[in-house]
Write a protein that binds this ligand. Structure first.
Ligand SMILES: [Zn+2]
Length: 70
């Protein structure tokens, strides 16, 4: 699972189970679980962007599934 902190712009990728990745800014955006499960955390969950594949393209969505254009 690959995500982006929308506050600092850092891209975080959890490549395997227990591969915990966290950004360096005050929002503490983090991802864990690789492909096995998904765990997201942040002070403000609305500042997480999630990379998803749709129709062969990688797009960025927020946690509500709304597409983010950046
Ligand atoms: Zn951040």
């Amino acid at each position: 699972m690959k995500i982006k902190c929308l506050q600092c712009g850092q891209i975080l990728e959890s490549k395997f189970r227990h591969d915990f990745q966290q950004c360096d800014c005050s929002n503490e955006t983090a991802v864990d679980g690789g492909k096995d499960y998904l765990r997201l955390s942040a002070i403000n969950l609305n500042l997480i962007g999630i990379f998803v594949e749709k129709d062969g393209q990688i797009i960025l969505q927020d946690i509500n599934g709304k597409v983010i254009n950046d």
